[in-house]
Design a protein around this ligand. Structure first.
Ligand code: ADP
Ligand code: MG
Length: 595
C-alpha cells in the first residue's frame, strides 16, 4: 500500500472509532491524541533540532490554565473582559501568552549548550508548575472546575466521543503542517542544525532563529493540547503539568522515534496503552496494590531504548520503504536569480597583516594574501602551520586578533559567516559536514537557502511551492554539474567519502558564489576521484570562480593551481608559481623535510 493510502485508511478507521468503541477506549484515544500533539513538538525540537526539553508539560499547562481562568472567572479584569466566557477566545489568548513566554524563555536558554539547555528546561518546567499551584485565582492545588465545553458550528462537544473528532483533526493538521515545514527551505535550515552550527551558518542560515522557530512551534502545539485537555476534562489542576509529565513526553518521543512525525503518534499510543495495561494487570499478577507499574514501566522504557535506540517508527517505516517506487528527478524550473559575477582578474579576497593569537601562541603572524576571480590559490604547509586558522578567519568563523580580511573590497572581520555567505563566499569542510540521513538532493538544496525567501508560515501550507521547485531544480543542476546526478535520492551518508566531498562542493555552488574556499578537498579521495575533482575545479576557474584551497596533496596541487602560498609556524615562507615553489629551498626544508 502507498503511504497516502495508508494515511487515508488510518483516517477512515479513526473516523469510525468513536461509533464502535466503548466510552472508556474513546477516552484513552483522546489522551493519546492529546499527548501525541505535545510529542509532535518534541519530535521537531529534539529529533530534528537536537534540543532536549523536559519542560513541554509546562506549556501544556499554560494553554490549559489560560482557558480555565478565562472561561470560568466571573469578574475578569476590565482589560481582559472581552476574552471571557468563550473557549475559542481563550485559545487565542493562550496562544499569544505561550508565544510570549516561549520567546522569552527561548531567548534566555537556547544559546546554552551541552547539558545546560535540558537543565534550563527543567528549571522553567518547575517554575511554571509551581506558579500554577500558587497563583491566586488559579485555585491552588485544588485547581479550577466546571469549565464549559467547546462549541463548534453550533455543536457542543461535551462528550468524549464528540471532542474526539476535534482532538484528532487538530492532531492531523499539526502532523501535516509539521511535515510540510520539514519538507521546505525553512525545514532544511532547521534540519541543518544537526550538521553543526558552523555548517548551517556558513550556508546563510540564522541558526538561533531556526532554533527559536521550532521552540515556538513546539510550545504552541503543547498549548493547544493543554487547551483541548482542559475542555475535555472540564477541570484542571497542576498535577498533569509537572516535570513528571515532561519526562513522560520525552519518553514517548524517544520510544516512538524522534526522527519522524508519525513516531510521535506511535510513541504516545504505545506508552499510554502500556501504562494502562500495566495498571490493570500488575495488581492482578502481583496480588496487591503497590504502584509496581511505575517500576515495571521504567524498566520497560529502558529496555526499549536500549534495543531500539531510533525508536519504533523506523522499524515500521523500513517495511514500507522497500516497496516505494524510485522517485523521478525534480523537474526543470525557472532558474533562481544569479548575482552579477566579478570580471576575471578582479581582486576578490585579501588578507592584510592578519594575526591570530591563542593565548601566547601566535597561530597566524602578519599573513598577507590575495586572490582574484578566475584564479586558484593553494595554501600549503606542514601540520600546525596555521592554515586552518587562517581559513577560519577568511570565512568568518574566527576573528583576527589584528589585521583585516577584505572580501570584494569590504572589510569582513567579525561579520557573522551567514552574512559573508550572502556576499558570495561559500565553503566546504575539512571534516565533511552533511546530514547523513537526508537525501543528497536535500543536502545540496541547503546551499541555496540564501537565494530564496520562503518563510515558516507559508511553508506550513506549502504556499512556497514554486520557489521550492526552483530550489530543488537548482540543487539537481549543481549535482549534475559535479557528476552526482545519479545519486539524487540516495541518503547522503551512504555515499563514499570522495563523493561526500564532491557533494559539499555542489552544496557550496548552490549558493551561487564568486569565491570557493575548500579545506583539504582531495583528502581521502582515490586517484581517479582526484583527477575528476581537479577537472571540476579547473572548469570552475575557467568560468571565472576564485578558489582558495588548503591542501596536503602536492601532486594534486601542482598540476592544478595558479599560485601557491606556503606557511610554516604561522608565517608565510614562500609564494609563487607551482614550478618555483617546488624548487624553493625554504619550502623543501620546511614542508618536505628535505635538507
Ligand atoms: P594547520 O591547519 O596548518 O594544521 P592550525 O591552523 O590548525 O594548523 O593550527 C595552528 C596552530 O594553532 C597549532 O599550533 C594549533 O595547535 C593552534 N591552534 C589552532 N586553533 C586553536 C585554538 N582554538 N586554540 C588554541 N590553539 C589553537
Ligand atoms: Mg588544518
Amino acid at each position: 500500500m502507498k503511504p497516502r493510502h495508508l494515511t487515508l485508511a488510518f483516517i477512515a478507521v479513526m473516523g469510525l472509532a468513536p461509533l464502535l468503541l466503548p466510552t472508556f477506549q474513546v477516552t484513552l484515544l483522546n489522551y493519546i491524541g492529546l499527548y501525541a500533539l505535545v510529542v509532535l513538538g518534541l519530535v521537531l525540537l529534539t529529533g530534528v533540532g537536537g534540543m532536549t526539553s523536559f519542560g513541554q508539560a509546562a506549556f501544556v499547562g499554560l494553554g490549559a490554565y489560560t482557558s480555565a481562568y478565562l472561561t470560568t472567572t466571573e469578574q475578569l479584569p476590565a482589560w481582559l473582559a472581552w476574552a471571557g466566557g468563550s473557549p475559542w477566545l481563550a485559545l487565542l489568548v493562550g496562544l499569544v501568552l505561550t508565544a510570549v513566554v516561549a520567546i522569552a524563555l527561548g531567548a534566555m536558554t537556547l544559546k546554552l549548550s551541552g547539558h545546560y539547555l535540558p537543565l534550563g528546561t527543567i528549571a522553567w518546567g518547575l517554575s511554571l508548575y509551581y506558579l500554577f499551584g500558587n497563583l491566586e485565582g488559579l485555585g491552588g492545588q485544588t485547581g479550577i472546575s466546571d469549565l464549559p465545553a467547546i462549541s463548534l458550528f453550533g455543536l457542543v462537544l461535551d462528550k468524549g466521543e464528540k471532542i474526539f473528532y476535534l482532538i484528532w483533526a487538530v492532531l492531523l493538521v499539526a502532523i501535516v503542517i509539521t511535515q510540510n515545514l520539514l519538507d521546505s527551505r525553512q525545514g532544511r535550515a532547521i534540519r541543518a542544525l544537526k550538521g553543526g552550527q558552523v555548517m548551517a551558518e556558513s550556508m546563510g542560515v540564522n541558526t538561533f532563529r531556526a532554533k527559536l522557530v521550532i521552540f515556538l512551534v513546539s510550545a504552541l502545539f503543547a498549548a493547544v493540547s493543554g487547551w483541548l485537555y482542559a475542555h475535555t476534562q472540564r477541570f484542571v489542576n497542576p498535577t498533569p503539568f509537572g516535570l513528571h509529565m515532561g519526562i513522560d513526553y520525552l519518553f514517548m518521543a524517544l520510544i516512538g522515534g524522534v526522527g519522524s512525525v508519525w513516531g510521535a503518534l506511535l510513541g504516545a499510543g504505545v506508552l499510554t496503552l502500556l501504562k494502562q495495561w500495566l495498571q490493570d494487570w500488575l495488581p492482578l499478577v502481583m496480588g496487591s496494590q503497590g504502584n509496581y507499574e511505575t517500576i515495571v514501566f521504567g524498566l520497560l522504557v529502558i529496555l526499549m531504548m536500549q534495543r531500539m535506540p531510533g525508536g519504533l517508527w523506523p522499524l515500521l517505516a523500513r517495511r514500507f520503504a522497500q516497496s516505494r517506487p524510485p522517485r523521478p528527478a525534480p523537474p526543470e524550473a525557472e532558474a533562481l536569480a544569479r548575482r552579477t559575477q566579478p570580471a576575471k582578474g578582479e581582486l576578490i579576497l585579501e588578507a592584510r597583516q592578519v594575526t591570530r593569537c591563542f593565548g601566547g601562541l601566535v597561530a597566524n603572524n602578519a599573513m598577507n594574501l590575495s586572490l582574484h576571480a578566475g584564479e586558484i590559490l593553494a595554501l600549503i604547509g606542514p601540520n600546525g602551520a596555521g592554515k586552518s586558522t587562517l581559513f577560519n578567519q577568511l570565512s568568518g568563523v574566527d576573528i583576527p586578533t589584528s589585521g583585516d580580511v577584505l572580501f570584494l573590497g569590504q572589510r569582513i572581520n567579525g561579520i557573522p559567516s551567514r552574512h559573508i555567505a550572502r556576499l558570495g563566499m561559500s565553503r566546504t569542510f575539512q571534516h565533511v559536514k552533511l546530514l547523513p540521513s537526508m537525501t543528497v538532493l536535500e543536502n545540496v538544496a541547503i546551499g541555496a537557502h540564501l537565494r530564496a525567501q520562503g518563510g515558516v508560515l507559508s511553508s506550513f501550507a506549502h504556499l512556497e511551492r514554486s520557489e521550492e521547485a526552483r530550489l530543488l531544480a537548482e540543487a539537481r543542476r549543481q549535482l549534475e554539474r559535479v557528476g552526482l546526478g545519479e545519486h539524487l535520492y540516495e541518503e547522503a551518508g551512504a555515499l563514499a567519502l570522495g563523493q561526500q566531498r564532491i557533494l559539499e562542493i555542489a552544496r557550496a555552488l548552490c549558493a551561487d558564489p564568486c569565491l570557493l574556499l575548500l579545506d583539504e578537498p582531495a583528502a581521502g579521495l582515490r586517484h581517479k576521484e582526484k583527477q575528476e575533482l581537479a577537472a571540476l575545479l579547473g572548469r570552475l576557474r575557467d568560468e571565472g570562480m576564485a578558489i582558495l584551497l588548503v591542501e596536503h596533496d602536492m601532486d594534486f596541487v601542482m598540476g592544478l593551481v595558479d599560485r601557491i602560498t606556503v606557511m610554516e609556524f604561522g608565517q608565510k615562507i614562500a609564494e609563487g608559481l607551482p614550478e618555483t615553489i617546488q624548487s624553493d629551498p625554504a619550502v623543501l626544508q620546511a614542508y618536505l623535510g628535505v635538507e
